[in-house]
Design a protein around this ligand. Sequence first.
Ligand code: AMP
Length: 551
Amino acid sequence: MHESALITTVVLGITLAFAFGLAAQRLKIPPIAGYLLAGVAVGPFTPGFVADQALAAQLADIGVILLMFGVGLQFSFEELVSLRTIAVPGALLEMAIVGSMGTALGLTLGWPIGGAIVFGLSFSVASTVVLLRALQDRRLMDTDRGRIAVGWLIVEDLLMALTLVFMPAIATLSEATSAGSIGVLVGLTLAKVVAFGALMLIVGRRVIPMLLHYVAHTGSRELFRLAVLAIALGVAFGAAWLFGVSFALGAFFAGMVLSESQLSQQAAQESLPLRDAFAVLFFVSVGMLFNPAVIVGAPLAIAAAVAIVLLGKSAVAFGLLRLLRQPTETALTMGASLSQIGEFSFILIGLALTLGIVKQDARDLVVATSIICILINPIIFNAAEVLARRLRGRVPEPTPGTVQAAIAQPLVPTSLTAHVVVVGYGRVGGTIGESLKRRPFLVIEDRDEPAARAKRDGAEVIIGNAADPAVLKAANLAGARTLLITIPQAFEAGQILEQARAQNPLLKILARAHSDAEVDYLTKLGATRTVMGEREIARVMTADLVQQERS
Ligand code: AMP
């Protein structure tokens, strides 16, 4: 059985993570908590099968590389600059304050100062995976609140990436005696990072897109995906080998270089499914390292750590954002978003353990705190939303600064009747809207930018997912004349159609499709007419051709 240890670990890790993740999803808990618990189940501290920990740790490393590659991919310097007045000071201050709280806890537990600082730092960074999921679930991604949250995360991640690089150098400091050797060590690390950064930005920035371009010309999609993956893993590995910087930083730079051009960025998205699979294995491996006995052994320490993350982090973020003159609603969302810790905390504390800066109990504490906080995070998020709704209008809002108040408003049912409802205001909906200007029409759109365009075109706008029954109700379909479903996803369009038909059997519904199967599907669900985009393109092209040949 030993030969197949790798297969057993991968299969068991993925299958159990899937089962636990699905259960978590059903219970409305982020699936990450499920993945961690799956790890605990196959870990050495719980009865039953024990997976190979060394192998799991290596698989997890690949997960970390791909996670960091994804972080680099999302990193946008311009976005960071545009958020410099809020996200940058906010995140830095928050990390300093929360980090100090964690450090104080570490010192209280009798740990040396170095260990206590790393322990504190691991509390100061929120999980990107958990936060992005929470924002997506609540349709907040494209709102200003979402943008602040993402900017905030970028700053946190960036600082963590730097910490990971410098930690090995700083760890050897305790052995270094003279101030001179300390300077040499830090200087050397800094020089390596700068050399690597410069190489990536000067050479990588030219060579990598060129390579992708070249591979794209071969016409093989498979080779193209492979190229992206080879770049991510190759750069990470090469960086670690050549410059002695961490795998994580190497991958981060590779992602950053690819995020420069939109074309490369789209290409790099190809690696995301693989990243998700390995990230799952990363969480499983963290779960495996967790000893549940710590919950019984150190309940007070855990309670204090959970209090720092749940209450401390959210209170600090809330207070800072209010100080930065942000609306209460934004401050509440951010507070809730940040009240958890995840992958970076594990990476950080894991490295500290390897370097001998902290002991096993510190990692146990971080993992236990993370599992508890991820479990509680959705409750905090919902509570923040309820509170925001209650407070709306009661608290005098500060004049919005550079960032406008969040757009996500409570759903107000429309008073329009005999109106046209357009779902989606992209290439199709937007073009229709231009000729609807003189008629009462209502647009349902889930992204900010098209929604703003619809408003300018004179439409009444509901921001939200049209497949959400509450959103659709607010559009008064019962009193509407026509519904145009212009979104490209047929399954979602089908859901909208079904609900619309139930609300108004006489409504004229036009839907958009991209294949014969989609036309059948939407017609069966009650569309008055389904237009297949590709057929219309073909029709116009043929007509053009015929006319050309005639003349
Ligand atoms: P296009 O394919 O360019 O016509 O764009 C489709 C538009 O529909 C985009 O602006 C999307 O944001 C929007 N959209 C897609 N799905 C939904 C949905 N379920 N509810 C509301 N808007 C949607």
